[in-house]
Design a protein around this ligand. Structure first.
Ligand code: NDP
Ligand code: 8X3
Length: 248
């Protein structure tokens, strides 16, 4: 489970551990991962401080998993972020690089580390977290949305590459959810993050944990390719209403 220190990842790790699954919880903030471990009894969560952008660190972490956690059956590729909200013509290159390195390369590093094991086992399930941003554009979404479109297409591509292996691939595309996501996007500006959700009753991290859990629970013959989940109050990309529209 990558990105297990917050939001979807944390809720999903909690959910899967409560079902008796051993969970390898990956993120950079060890203090948060330790909090997660404290919430889950019986040592079912193994906290691993790994930056998914670091290919060698990801490979090493997987290769050195202790016996109780080594038989990986499910990979939830969830670690990801957005930086900035400006139009592409005025964006900062370092923000693009961080999003691409995390959302695109990070996912690939995790896949590379774990796929040989899943294929050898003849089963397993990869769940990639995409986004409605990949499908419904909004101003300022540009590069972030494109990294998520990568995830959607990669998921379909994986399905073809893994034909006959027994390994399943699912992409879940959530809409607006109140997690740490907006705070990261706005570099810790809580007021801006809160403003994003003002007119929306957003999804919760638990809503997405429930979707992941449901996909995993399907019989082995069933592959859920894609689930798109938006808040009821979000019919558009990012739920934006222009001031004019909002007033009617
Ligand atoms: P959070 O900010 O709450 O969680 C993001 C998680 O990703 C954190 O655990 C963070 O851990 C981890 N992470 C980020 N960078 C790295 C890295 N380099 N290495 C390892 N872990 C990393 O946001 P969400 O839970 O909302 O986001 C989870 C996923 O869902 C993301 O891929 C996001 O794009 C996607 N998403 C979010 C939506 C939303 O509205 N919230 C909607 C649609 C998709 P740490 O900082 O400790 O490393
Ligand atoms: C995050 C959803 O709409 O805030 O992927 O970009 S959105």
């Amino acid at each position: 489970m990558t990105g297990a220190s917050s939001g979807f990842g944390r809720a999903t790790a909690r959910r899967l551990a409560s079902q008796g699954r051993p969970v390898v919880a990956v993120a950079r903030r060890m203090d948060r991962l330790k909090e997660l471990c404290d919430e889950v009894p019986d040592g079912r969560v193994l906290p691993l401080e790994v930056d998914v952008r670091d290919q060698d660190a990801v490979a090493e972490a997987f290769a050195l998993l202790p016996d109780d956690f080594a038989d990986v059956e499910v990979v939830v590729n969830n670690a990801g972020l957005s930086r900035g909200f400006g139009p592409v013509q005025s964006a900062a290159v370092h923000q693009w690089r961080e999003m691409v390195d995390t959302n695109v390369m990070g996912q690939l590093h995790c896949l590379q580390a774990v796929l040989p094991h899943l294929i050898a086992s003849g089963s397993g399930h990869i769940v990639n977290i995409g986004s409605v941003a990949a499908v419904y554009p909004y101003t300022g979404g540009n590069v972030y949305a494109a990294t998520k479109a990568f995830t959607h297409q990669l998921s379909l591509g994986l399905r073809t590459d893994l034909e006959g292996t027994g390994v399943r691939v699912t992409c879940i595309a959530p809409g607006m959810a109140r997690t740490g996501f907006a705070l990261v996007r706005f570099d810790g500006d809580q007021e801006r993050a809160d403003a994003l959700y003002r007119d929306v009753d957003p999804l919760t991290a638990e809503d997405i944990a429930e979707a992941v859990s449901w996909c995993l629970a399907q019989p082995a013959r069933v592959n859920v390719n894609m689930i798109e989940i938006m808040p009821t109050s979000q019919p558009f990309g990012l739920g934006f209403r222009s001031p004019t529209t909002a007033k009617g």
